[in-house]
Design a protein. Structure first.
Length: 293
């Protein structure tokens, strides 16, 4: 079964037409890998520096590296909006083709931030940091549970992996139901071809695809379970909030005015109200497309 929106996407991006569409998954893997390798490099640099000196600022290097990657990711993604008018005026029908790989690189680097929250757990990156002046940030919180530490450890594994799998399932469902053309913001450059998304998930939260990123990242923060990873996640969440408020949803407010403003007041960005939890679970796990009448 062909992926929804591929044909309209390829029509606007000739470089990915036909079999060349396989370039897209390879490009995605490369960009995500760059983000992961970057953070691995930052962790190693800070750990090696810590072996030489115990200056407290060294402990902040991973966080600074994470923030730099986040800034670059959202900066690249925002170019889809910032350059739209200039590109449409200069290149017309080819405008989307000129910018899509830049915007896609940004979103993929942003996605790598979610995966990077799992690195400290699987690679034991915080070992050897206990002598740091900020060691309390790296202590495994489940280890503070006393005799209940084994139970706390199992719980964080189960919950963390649960969010990981749920986030990936939600991201996959977003692509298959909402379509590649919609998620790639094709509507920005060709609003006359855009279609209103009527899936019921939009009655529960405004950004299901980005919420999937955050769900995956939250799983990583829980799996590692240190103050450091929770702080990283908070900055990740703030980055998404700034991007949506000042870039993506700002354009939607300009286009739809009071209608979208009213929608913002009734529906949350990334989180689902308890009363809408059923809608979220349907979206993730039920194959049948659910449309709100």
């Amino acid at each position: 079964m062909p992926l929804k929106g591929v044909e309209s996407f390829q029509a606007k991006v000739p470089a990915l037409s036909g079999k060349r569409f396989l370039i897209l998954p390879f490009y995605s893997i490369i960009m995500i890998t760059i983000g992961i390798v970057w953070m691995r490099f930052i962790f190693e640099i800070s750990r090696n520096m810590k072996a030489v000196t115990d200056i407290w600022i060294i402990s902040l290097i991973p966080l600074l590296g994470y923030l730099l990657l986040e800034f670059l990711g959202f900066l690249l993604a925002s170019q889809m909006w910032f350059w739209r008018n200039f590109l449409k005026k200069r290149y017309g029908m080819n405008s989307f083709h000129r910018i899509i790989f830049v915007g896609l690189a940004g979103i993929l680097l942003v996605f790598s931030l979610s995966i990077n929250l799992y690195q400290p757990f699987f690679l034991d990156l915080f070992s050897g940091w206990l002598g740091s002046p900020l060691a309390f940030l790296m202590i495994l919180l489940d280890s503070l549970s006393g005799i209940g530490a084994p139970i706390a450890y199992v719980l964080k594994i189960v919950i963390g992996i649960g969010f990981l799998l749920g986030g990936f399932a939600m991201a996959l469902r977003s692509v298959t139901i909402l379509g590649l053309d919609y998620l790639s913001t094709l509507y920005l450059y060709f609003p006359e071809e855009s279609k209103v998304q009527k899936n019921e998930i939009y009655s529960a939260l405004r950004n299901p695809f980005y919420a999937a990123f955050l769900m995956i990242g939250w799983g990583g923060a829980i799996l590692t379970c240190t103050l450091y990873t929770f702080i990283m996640f908070i900055f990740y969440l703030i980055g998404f909030y700034i991007f949506l408020c000042f870039v993506e949803e700002r354009e939607l407010l300009q286009r739809f005015g009071d209608i979208f403003a009213s929608y913002q007041k009734t529906t949350l960005m990334f989180f689902v109200k308890p009363s809408n939890l059923k809608v979220l679970l349907k979206f993730i796990f039920i194959k049948k497309k659910i449309i709100k009448e």
